[in-house]
Design a protein around this ligand. Structure first.
Ligand SMILES: Cc1ncc(COP(=O)(O)O)c(C=O)c1O
Length: 372
């Protein structure tokens, strides 16, 4: 995919309007069809999306839910996580897993990250596993696909479930297995900025385990096993609506091309920086370009210079989970998080979305050449 219709001006960090525009006729047709059809929540579009997305991920099943944080929470509940349990995770992934963990009453335990890739470090995770550990969240951060089998191997024979957080890595794969099928259960977000994004909130849980899928299916709707019969404790309302599911079905066939375009853009930035920025994704075995994150000790100065040149940037993420004020009153534990804290001071994200024009990418590259 190549885009050449640039009009000049600022290079935005993201522009979701362009994404809608590229598929506007089909997307608007689906939205109208659903509205006129009169069935708005958990209906035929959701069912069709669940089976199409499960097939895409190569897993037994998919359950649509209201957003990615709920997907994490319901996956944790389905695995039996609750008060008294610990869930091991990284602290550089936007606080989503910690939020879900606290919601189910478990204790977040933070492992440090790999200093090169920014991904969960297997030895750090293994050192935190104890008798109360119920699950580990593996976040494919920025779109870098983490080798889940390496983490499983580091844990030894312990019977602990691995939850993939795939909110940033739709369509990634390792050894022929797609994200969503690399662990025991996976949580997806379809927030509009994601590689597969809705026009509002949306999420899904995927798994090869029929019991986990059934549990999530019940938990997302009050614990109902039948209409108005709440059998499973811990249920709540977290349903995917028909319009979002219909829009996601239109976008799914373009996911791989979009990911490839993101990778092309990220490669162009790596070449332009010519070794003067550290790009965590360079060491990745697979990367879907959700965010093109760069690291530099003078991050704020470089962002300022890019801003002067009309290049939008962002920071993912400025505050590690263990330093978030909302966790101040909550028990959590960790080993040294030196790398996590260093990363938070150095990272910044460059514009990286499929609809960026070639000319805009060239302007970002020129700007990098000038400022570095
Ligand atoms: C890594 C990660 N996990 C979970 C989430 C939560 O998804 P949502 O915003 O749909 O709740 C996000 C999205 O923002 C994310 O980036």
């Amino acid at each position: 995919m190549s885009v050449v219709n640039d009009k000049g001006g600022r290079v935005p960090f993201n522009d979701l309007g362009r994404r809608h525009q590229s598929l506007a006729v089909e997307l608007e047709r689906v939205a109208l069809r659903v509205m006129r059809g009169g069935w708005y929540v958990l209906g035929p579009e959701v069912e069709a999306f669940e089976s199409e997305f499960a097939a895409y991920c190569g897993v037994r099943g998919c359950v649509g839910v209201a957003n990615g944080t709920d997907a994490l929470e319901l996956a944790m509940r389905a695995l039996g996580c609750g008060p008294g349990n610990e869930i091991v995770m990284v602290a550089n992934a936007g606080m989503y897993a910690a939020t879900a963990c606290v919601a189910v009453g478990s204790t977040p335990v933070f492992a440090d990250i790999d200093p090169i890739a920014g991904t969960p470090r297997a030895e750090s995770i293994a050192s935190l596993v104890g008798p109360r550990t119920r699950a580990i969240v593996v976040t494919h951060i920025h779109g870098i696909v983490v080798d889940v089998s390496e983490i499983r191997a580091a844990m030894g024979p312990a019977d602990i479930a691995i939850i993939e957080d795939v909110a940033q890595a739709h369509g990634g794969a390792l050894g022929g297995v797609r994200t969503g099928g690399l662990g025991d259960v996976a949580a997806f977000s379809f927030y509009p900025t994601k590689n597969l994004g809705a026009a509002g909130d949306g999420g899904a849980v995927t798994s090869n385990d029929p019991e986990v899928l059934e549990a999530v299916r019940e938990l997302r709707q009050y614990g109902w096993t039948d209409r108005f019969v709440a059998t499973r404790p811990g249920g709540r309302n977290s349903r995917l609506d028909e319009i979002q599911a219909g829009l996601l079905r239109v976008k799914l066939p373009g996911l791989d091309d979009g990911n490839e375009r993101r990778r092309v853009i990220a490669r162009a930035y790596v070449e332009a920086a010519d070794g003067r920025l550290h790009f965590p994704h360079e060491s990745a075995r697979d990367y879907v370009g959700h965010l093109c994150v760069a690291r530099h000790p003078e991050r704020d100065r470089l962002r300022g210079l890019l801003e002067e040149r009309g290049i939008g940037t962002a920071i993912h993420y400025p505050v590690p989970d263990h330093l978030q004020p909302a966790l101040a009153g909550i028990a959590w534990r960790h080993v040294g998080l030196t790398e996590t804290e260093r990363e938070a001071r150095e990272v910044f994200s460059l514009p990286c979305f499929p609809e960026l024009t070639d000319d805009e990418v060239a302007r970002v590259c020129d700007a990098l050449g000038e400022i570095l």
